[in-house]
Design a protein around this ligand. Structure first.
Ligand SMILES: C[S@@+](CC[C@H](N)C(=O)[O-])C[C@H]1O[C@@H](n2cnc3c(N)ncnc32)[C@H](O)[C@@H]1O
Length: 159
């Protein structure tokens, strides 16, 4: 199975990079994992709402250029659907059982995801009502994907 995480911008903090590397290593037992970074737009505090929409649209176009039709797409969105780790694991299992071998997760930039990205998504996934920084969101998502594989292999990792 191929798991791709599409994100906006580069990670600056070494501790986030180290955490992602660790999960990449752990996930290599279960899937071909890739992290695709697209360029972010500058988003100073002074932007009008129209300018903010433009930022999200430009970032959205770059995101969608990395997604092909065959991919099953999860958009990470605060207003999406909340799942338990067990339900998420079951969804991954079901998707693979029914022939989806390319799962793609999209994390927005500092302003969030453009409507076009949310429309392309097959599933909008929420990690709760808190706003997480997009860089930390990568780490949390990777851990939950790893946890899902551990749940599906009946590992005691998940308690
Ligand atoms: C800093 S947040 C963007 C905040 C923006 N106001 C919004 O509502 O999307 C950056 C990205 O991280 C992801 N994210 C942050 N918190 C999340 C949560 N609780 N659930 C799902 N995704 C989240 C989303 O993909 C979001 O686009």
């Amino acid at each position: 199975m191929n798991i791709k995480v599409v994100v906006v911008g580069k990670i600056k903090e070494k501790y986030f990079t180290a955490a992602i590397k660790e999960y990449e290593k752990r996930l290599s037992r279960f899937c071909k994992f890739s992290l695709v970074e697209v360029r972010d737009e500058k988003a100073p505090e002074s932007l009008s709402s129209a300018e903010m929409e433009q930022v999200m649209e430009k970032e959205g176009d770059r995101i969608l250029a990395k997604v092909s039709d065959r991919e099953f797409v999860f958009a990470l969105a605060i207003k999406g659907k909340e799942l338990t780790s067990e339900a998420f694991a079951a969804q991954i299992k079901d998707l693979t059982t029914y022939g989806h071998s390319d799962l793609t997760f999209i994390i927005g930039g500092s302003l969030g995801l453009a409507p076009a990205v949310l429309q392309r998504a097959d599933f909008s996934l929420s990690f709760g009502k808190f706003t997480l920084p997009h860089q930390l969101m990568r780490v949390v998502l990777c851990e939950q994907i790893y946890r899902a594989f551990m749940i599906n292999s009946n590992s005691p990792y998940h308690k």
